[in-house]
Design a protein around this ligand. Structure first.
Ligand SMILES: [Zn+2]
Length: 228
């Protein structure tokens, strides 16, 4: 991994993301233990993790303190992630979902276009490799911008969480009798295989469902799956 460095000072908006991510993670989880369904946890550990906030088409690395919680009944541990974050991703949820949604919902829209902001590339604020970086890290730095393949992967990642998001889809169907969910048409230019078409449809369905339930303020559903 390339050595990341948090700029000092951070822009105010990036600082707000950093504070909110740390604050959310430190709040006692309200979910049940995935292992034994117990609702009681205590703090186990904390660790620093990198996230990337995009502000005005600049990627700002932010180093956030996350709390690992432990179930008092069975001892299972898990990291409590802020709803701003997505498990195993550095980019923030809003970035991932907005770009994925723009791609699947806008015709015509290519991956090359969806990674730009008003026609300009989204770039890192600073070189992320330094003199001690390995060759692999320096090579990575040759492309210090949000890449089309990243959004392609995000869409696959969202579609893969189909099972987890089923409660949101069911709820959205009840709210809108399925109207907004059944009008999905993916532009034919966006896929070459039926498998990819299904991935795009699933991604679009899940994002629409999530938008419908969050509009109604079903906050527990909005944070579905945010705690690995
Ligand atoms: Zn447990």
């Amino acid at each position: 991994m390339a050595r990341l460095k948090e700029p000092d000072p951070l822009p105010a908006e990036a600082k707000r993301y950093k504070d909110r991510i740390g604050h959310d993670s430190a709040r006692l989880p309200t979910k049940r233990c995935a292992n034994c369904a117990c609702r009681h946890f205590h703090r186990h550990q904390q660790r620093l993790r990198w996230f990337q906030a995009v502000i005005e088409r600049i990627v700002w690395p932010i180093h956030c303190l996350l709390v690992r919680w432990c179930c008092v009944n069975c001892g299972a541990t898990f990291t409590h992630l802020s709803p701003l974050c997505v498990p195993f991703k550095r980019y923030l949820r809003s970035e991932i979902e907005t770009r994925a949604e723009t791609y699947v919902e806008t015709d015509p829209m290519s991956y090359r276009q969806v990674v730009k902001e008003r026609g300009s590339a989204v770039v890192y604020n600073d070189p992320i490799a330094n003199a001690e970086s390995t060759d692999a890290e320096k090579e990575k730095e040759a492309t210090p911008e949000l890449r089309p393949s990243t959004v392609h992967r995000w869409i696959g990642g969202i579609a893969a969480r189909r099972e987890q998001w089923q409660p949101a889809v069911r709820l959205a169907r009840q709210i809108h009798q399925g109207a907004r969910l059944s009008s999905l048409v993916i532009a034919a230019a966006k896929y070459r295989s039926q498998a990819r078409k299904r991935v795009l449809e699933t991604c679009s369905l899940l994002l629409r469902a999530l938008r419908i339930v969050t509009e109604r303020n079903f906050t527990p559903l909005a944070t579905l799956g945010s705690s690995p």
